[in-house]
Design a protein around this ligand. Structure first.
Ligand code: DUC
Ligand code: ZN
Ligand code: ZN
Ligand code: ZN
Length: 483
């Protein structure tokens, strides 16, 4: 069946204009005037934008002795309800586990996804098996590899492992990602704080100051440069990390930074002089920062030194958070945000003048589509693109409250914030998932989106032996993604 979105104003990352959008099956087939179809969607007074892409979610993830509470069904329903039509989740092998086995596990979890999804593969250990399997992972369309520089004794990888993995990424045309915090320093600060009797959630913030993030970001950038690889820094939360990214980009390195909507909008006062549950519900890594760091992140988004706004959606119930009563290091790290990312960013960014509408589309959708090499299938309103589209009502308001949310948890970190600007209709590959603000997402509709590798940037070495032998690395760069 064909559909047409009529009378709206199309907003993409690079232009704003009035036109109708014609959809057949799952694709956009025409953009123009006086288009007709079996079914009309009226967009009078609304903006027609590419659906949001959240490149950083943890759905049903085993972590800190439990599992994050939103699975692929509730998580992607939440995503669609807020205008996000694709998520990229982290496939997380336990140390020693085959990467391919982990992909099978995640494929089983994602069968009831309501919107399209892809995966990043986490490198949680290193060895010849991982080196070899990375090729097969790329062949399956997973072309980004995440490295945790924190969570010592669990997920953390060391510098030698990271350097080897980055070199392997460079030759496979894959993009390395880092969670940049100095895990050794964090572990020491945690022990010191506990020994001094600081066991509450506010100590979580003290144990992860901006310096641990700035140091790790800079270290990862230098290692990526030596390996000849680009780098994507997830959840950039502070000026120290942003500064390292800015500097690297100015030198011509392809380094990308991803602030979270939570860090842009919520600050460290959420941890102090608050009741235990309130503070613990906001424990995530990195923690919320002060106003100066927030200003730095906003500036980076409008200046282009930071490219993507994500959520790191990793939702735990209050009951799960209470595993950390008496020891803040046991509070499961993570917050929700999937369904609120777009309305909150629009309200605090576009409505305040910090972002233009086009910049909003760039940082919520188009830039990450380019970085992940899925543009213009995703992130664009052009003929031939997937019909992942939001019809956005800029006048519609609501007050965020957990009682009305799709996420499975019992609170919302944005509780009480009034947003202005909400998705009236949402289409996921041509299917209506939100109609007149009512959610109609269908479990199982979502499909895996495989990605082509980027141009490989270093000479093929292809055997583990060559990698462990010292060699000269040439810095050749990868093709510009234009962001
Ligand atoms: N940070 C979180 O807060 N949760 C999930 C993993 C992470 O790095
Ligand atoms: Zn119809
Ligand atoms: Zn992280
Ligand atoms: Zn994360």
């Amino acid at each position: 069946m064909s559909k047409v979105i009529k009378n709206g104003t199309i907003v993409t990352a690079d232009r704003t204009w009035k036109a109708d959008v014609l959809i057949k099956h799952d694709k956009i087939v025409a953009i123009g005037h006086d288009l007709h179809a079996d079914h009309e969607i009226d967009a009078t007074g609304c903006y027609v934008m590419p659906g949001g892409i959240d490149p950083h979610t943890h759905l049903e993830m085993p972590f800190m002795g439990t599992y994050s509470s939103d699975d692929f069904e509730s998580g992607t329903r939440a995503a669609l309800s807020g205008g996000t039509t694709m998520v990229v989740d982290f496939c997380l092998p336990s140390p020693g586990q085959s990467l391919l086995e982990a992909i099978d596990m995640w494929s089983n979890k994602s069968t009831r996804a309501c919107c399209d999804y892809s995966y990043h593969m986490a490198i949680t250990w290193w060895g010849e098996q991982v080196f070899n399997e990375m090729q097969q992972v790329v062949d399956k369309g997973i072309t980004s590899f995440k490295h945790f520089m924190a969570y010592k004794g669990a997920l953390m990888v060391n510098d030698d492992e990271m350097y080897s993995s980055f070199q392997r990424c460079a030759e496979l045309g894959a993009l390395p990602l880092v969670h940049a915090e100095n895990g050794d320093v964090v572990a020491q600060l945690q022990q010191k704080l506990l020994a001094e009797g600081n066991d509450g959630p506010e100590a979580h913030a003290y144990s992860r100051p901006p310096e641990v993030e700035g140091e790790a970001t800079n270290r990862a950038i230098m290692i990526a440069d030596m390996a000849g690889a680009p780098l994507y820094v997830v959840h950039t939360s502070c000026e120290q990390s942003h500064e390292a990214i800015r500097r690297a980009r100015q030198k011509g390195m392809r380094v990308y930074g991803e602030p979270l909507v939570q860090h842009l909008v919520l600050d460290e006062s959420e941890y102090f002089d608050k009741d235990w549950d309130h503070a613990a519900r906001r424990v995530m890594s990195p923690p919320f920062r002060n106003k100066q760091h927030q200003d730095s992140l906003w500036a980076g988004l409008s200046a282009g030194s930071l490219q993507v706004v994500a959520t790191d959606h990793c939702a735990f119930t209050t009951e799960q958070k209470r595993y950390g009563v008496g020891d803040f290091t046991k509070i499961p790290n993570g917050t929700g945000g999937l369904e609120d990312r777009l309305p909150v960013l629009w309200t605090k960014g576009v409505n305040t003048g910090r972002l233009t509408m086009n910049e909003f589309v760039a940082v919520t959708s188009t830039n990450i589509a380019k970085i992940l090499n899925i543009y213009p299938k995703k992130g664009a309103i052009v003929e031939g693109a997937d019909a992942d589209i939001i019809v956005w009502d800029p006048e519609k308001t609501k007050t965020i409250t957990s009682g009305a949310q799709q996420s499975a948890i019992d609170y919302n970190v944005f509780e009480g914030i009034e947003v202005k600007g909400l998705p009236k209709h949402v289409l996921t590959r041509g299917e209506i998932a939100v109609e007149n603000f009512a959610v109609k997402a269908k479990p199982g509709h979502g499909q895996f989106v495989g990605r082509e590798p980027h141009q490989a940037v270093s000479k093929a070495l292809s055997t583990w032996k060559e990698l462990v032998a010292p060699r000269k690395v040439e810095r050749t760069g990868i093709p510009a993604s234009g962001v």
